[in-house]
Design a protein around this ligand. Structure first.
Ligand SMILES: Nc1ncnc2c1ncn2[C@@H]1O[C@H](COP(=O)(O)OP(=O)(O)OP(=O)(O)O)[C@@H](O)[C@H]1O
Length: 550
């Protein structure tokens, strides 16, 4: 033992409770204050990457593709351009992949490119009450940050905003401590294949698998929910997939709206009133919310026992509380449909036909409804009885397979946390035996059946930032059930009819089998000749055939 060590060891108890009686002091508010500082959002998410869907290499690969494809589709929709999306994934080493996503959208102006791809919480959608795939302004920059952390490689972006100019090219890194972009390299790109658009390349640690929660599955479901898009995909195993556009009609373009007053919480209403530049309460209600006419705004104010000339920013919390109560008791028109873009029943069927050839299809698009002031609507599409691929092999034993549930939110497939979300809950709450399907308790129904449920909203209430499952709002669950039940009823009618047909065909074939024996018996009893017997049998067969109902 060296002197130094022994000293240290001897020193320790002294320090803890020394002879001089000096105790080692804990932290004080002052010393703690020295350590208290802002945490940059990027530092926070770099440590908590699982919150954004980067928990493991497989999921990280999917999340990266998803963020870029969602942005590409959003940008095309906003610019009223029919999307052409190209996706490529290449394996570089065992767990290192390069992904490229290119679109023919409007492109991004040069000065915004660094902030969009290398700064978290920077985007155009957070403050707008309009249906879009992205909402938080985190997605693509988080994917770039994940790539940088796991491989050290910067994000590469090409953006072209006009056919008159070449594209702008840059390589970017995020400075996580400051949540600010750093341009590593920039220049001109002369080979961009569209007149406008964006291409992003990210190199990241990932893992590529096929199956339920794979990139391939996400792309199939994206094609299903976006029949207006051309999607081309080169997978790491050398496969080339092309989903051709089903219809060249632009999908419904959602417009931005003001919040609907139903369900806006008291605190939020109070804050809005405090911040409002309007002069009187009725004007506040009329100008800052949708579906509140001037007369209705006056009525609400009066019913709340408040003065029509009360300035919103001067209203007290109890006054706003009263106003809030009356708002929720008053019948207010449902929000306008213009803010939410349903896929629509016809397109839903086209979308599902794009990926599965089935015997029967049913669709339902519900009217918009509201949760917590946010308009939303639910659609469902169902395909029964597959004709293609491995599904055909299972066809005779329908009980073997459970329903395949495809969950879509604002046209984006959700692949993780199925059982945690509102869609799964609503589907389980339905008694599928009513629709001629078998179902075990607490399980999805059995059968060669795909059910796609689309929830569209100006703000989808996800259970987490990684946007994997929709929260259990009773209003949303109710609407999902109504849409699915509508499809279920149509399926029930079809299946019962099919069952009847099957039964009748079975009976007929049974009778047909016995016709020669009946002939023999008739020949004996009635002493018929051979031609007479044949004649009677032919007549019987003909009557049987003509009496067919199906
Ligand atoms: N391919 C693209 N073409 C045009 N604009 C884009 C493209 N990708 C991203 N943007 C712009 O960059 C912004 C930030 O994108 P980002 O993915 O970080 O967040 P978001 O899509 O707004 O929300 P979320 O975090 O929910 O995905 C978008 O709001 C959009 O304005």
């Amino acid at each position: 033992m060296t002197d130094k060590t022994s000293n240290t060891l001897l020193d320790q108890p002294k320090n803890r409770n020394s002879a001089s009686g000096k105790k080692k002091t804990g932290a004080t508010a002052e010393t703690m204050a020295g350590k208290q500082r802002d945490i940059s959002i990027s530092e926070f998410f770099a440590k908590n990457r699982h919150l954004l869907g980067f928990d493991n290499p497989k999921k990280a690969l999917l999340t990266t593709i998803k963020e870029a494809v969602d942005n590409a589709l959003d940008a095309c929709e906003e610019a009223h351009i029919l999307p052409e999306i190209y996706i490529s994934i290449k394996q570089i080493t065992e767990n290192k992949y390069q992904v490229v996503i290119r679109d023919n959208g409007p492109g991004i102006v040069k000065r915004q490119v660094p902030n969009i791809f290398a700064r978290l919480l920077y985007g155009s959608k957070f403050h707008s009450l309009k249906m879009s795939r992205g909402q938080q302004g985190i997605g693509i920059s988080a994917a770039g940050m994940y790539g940088l952390i796991t491989t050290g490689e910067p994000v590469e972006v090409v953006s072209r905003t006009s056919s008159k100019h070449h594209g702008y090219y840059c390589k970017l890194k995020i400075d996580t401590a400051k949540n600010r972009p750093v341009i590593v390299e920039e220049g001109q790109e002369e080979d961009f294949p569209h007149s406008t658009g964006t291409a992003v390349t990210i190199i990241l640690e990932g893992r590529y698998n096929k199956g339920k929660q794979s990139v391939d599955e996400y792309i199939v479901q994206t094609a299903m929910a976006n029949p207006h898009a051309i999607i081309t995909y080169d997978s790491p195993d050398g496969e080339h997939y092309e989903y051709q556009r089903q219809s060249s009609e632009m999908p419904f373009i959602p417009i931005e709206i003001k919040p609907h007053p139903y369900g806006v919480e008291v605190g939020m209403l109070y804050q809005m009133a405090q911040d409002s530049k309007t002069k009187k309460l009725p004007e506040f209600l009329n100008k800052e919310f949708s579906r509140v006419s001037v007369n209705l705004a006056k009525k609400i104010t009066k019913d709340a026992g408040l003065s029509l000339s009360l300035k919103p920013s001067k209203a007290s919390l109890p006054e706003i509380d009263q106003l809030h109560k009356v708002v929720n008791e008053t019948k207010i028109m449902a929000p306008s449909t213009s803010c939410i873009g349903p896929i629509g029943e016809e397109r839903l069927e086209e979308g599902i036909r794009r990926v599965v050839e089935a015997d029967f299809y049913a669709t339902c698009t519900r009217r918009p409804s509201v949760y917590r002031g946010n308009p939303f609507l639910v659609e469902a599409a169902l395909a029964y009885g597959f004709q293609n691929g491995s599904d055909k092999e299972n066809r005779d034993d329908d009980t073997k397979q459970l329903m395949q549930l495809k969950r879509i939110a604002n046209r984006v497939p959700l692949l993780y946390q199925q059982s945690a979300g509102a869609i799964h809950k609503a589907v389980l709450d339905i008694n599928w035996r009513n629709y001629a399907l078998s179902q075990s308790k607490g399980a999805l129904p059995a059968g060669p059946l795909i059910l796609m449920v689309h929830v569209a909203s100006v703000w989808v209430p996800f259970t987490s930032e990684s946007k994997e499952a929709i929260a259990h709002y009773p209003e949303i669950i109710k609407e999902i059930k109504l849409a699915v039940q509508e499809c279920g009823r149509k399926l029930g009618v079809y299946l019962r009819r099919q069952k009847k047909i099957k039964q009748e065909l079975a009976k007929r074939s049974y009778i047909k089998t016995y016709l020669p024996h009946i002939g023999d018996a008739l020949k004996d009893i009635l002493e018929l000749s051979e031609p007479q017997t044949e004649d009677v049998i032919a007549k019987l067969a003909d009557t049987l055939e003509r009496s067919r109902k199906f």
